[in-house]
Design a protein. Structure first.
Length: 305
């Protein structure tokens, strides 16, 4: 496997935040969902994911920098470390140093332990490494929940359940879907970062949905029913007489589901009065007559006069 720093394009002095940003940038570019059928890009995505998995783990990164493990996370030959564990323990705890440094164990004994063979009644158990992935979903999928297929590091695919109300940048944990463990230890977990694509109409504020909707001059002045897009499809809403640009309609319960089981959010519709695309002669003539007897100041209230 290539050097993880080179794969992510960061120097060895890079901070954890810099490593994370570099991974996000590359994962977004190389994700198989955006490059269907491109095996070369898919392989590079797997390498980048594995590099991030190693460098995002402070302990593994430190051991790699010291030359104790290679880029795949395996112990380097000649620098194998002897580990002992309490019975039934899944996590590794060091009780020793490099092979041949003060313990008198042979490299064969040490490698036998590392690969799960029994020695002195004990079996080395090392939990598998965690792996990070990214999944891009559209706004409505994240809002209402969906199934998304993720390509794992070994080339297998997994259908991930995106919970309703998922936010951009939220990470989902897939227990046991990481790298396999050693010596019968359990596998690691997979962490899927969800990236929510922006919507052309909706914006999210907490569990509420906000949308700006144009209305005609007659609809604003005379009122009437209009069709409003929501997460669940179009619904009918009533525009009150005399509505103006900036007037807001509230559609109760048309927002996002609450992730904690609370009530669903609301949708707020901000009206925007729009005149005809082309000047209308009759409308102009009417307004000239109307303005002569109905003067009103719209800028005085704002101090713009």
């Amino acid at each position: 496997m290539k050097d993880p720093y080179e794969l992510l394009g960061v120097p060895r002095s890079a901070s954890q935040d810099e490593v994370k940003r570099a991974y996000r940038r590359l994962a977004k570019k190389l994700h198989p969902d955006l490059n269907p059928g491109n095996k070369k890009i898919e392989q590079r995505f797997k390498e980048v994911a594995a590099a991030h998995s190693l460098l995002s783990n402070a302990e593994k990164r430190a051991r790699f920098d010291r030359g104790e493990i290679d880029a795949s996370g395996a112990e380097r030959q000649g620098r194998t470390y002897y580990r002992t564990y309490a019975e039934g323990e899944e996590g590794a705890k060091y009780r020793g140093s490099a092979a041949g440094e003060g313990f008198g164990f042979s490299p064969d004994d040490l490698f036998a332990d590392l690969f799960g063979k029994r020695r002195a009644g004990r079996t080395v158990r090392v939990r598998g490494a965690d792996i990070s992935y990214a999944a891009t979903v559209d706004f409505v999928e994240a809002a209402l929940g969906a199934k998304k297929r993720v390509v794992l590091a070994d080339g297998k695919t997994l259908d991930v359940a995106i919970p309703p109300g998922t936010e951009d940048g939220q990470t989902l944990r897939l227990k046991g879907q990481g790298m396999p463990g050693l010596g019968g230890a359990p596998p690691g977990d997979a962490f899927v970062e969800v990236r929510v694509q922006p919507h052309p109409t909706f914006t999210r504020q907490g569990n509420d949905i906000h949308v700006e909707l144009p209305v005609t001059l007659p609809e604003a002045v005379l009122g009437g029913s209009i069709a409003v897009p929501t997460l669940d499809g179009r619904v009918s809403a009533k525009v009150p007489k005399g509505s103006n640009t900036g007037s807001v309609l509230r559609l109760k319960g048309k927002g996002l589901p609450d992730r904690r089981g609370g009530p669903r959010g609301d949708q707020y519709v901000k009206l925007k009065v729009v005149l005809p695309d082309r000047p209308d002669r009759e409308l102009g003539e009417f307004l000239e007559r109307w303005a002569e007897t109905h003067p009103y100041d719209v800028r005085g209230k704002t101090g713009a006069t």
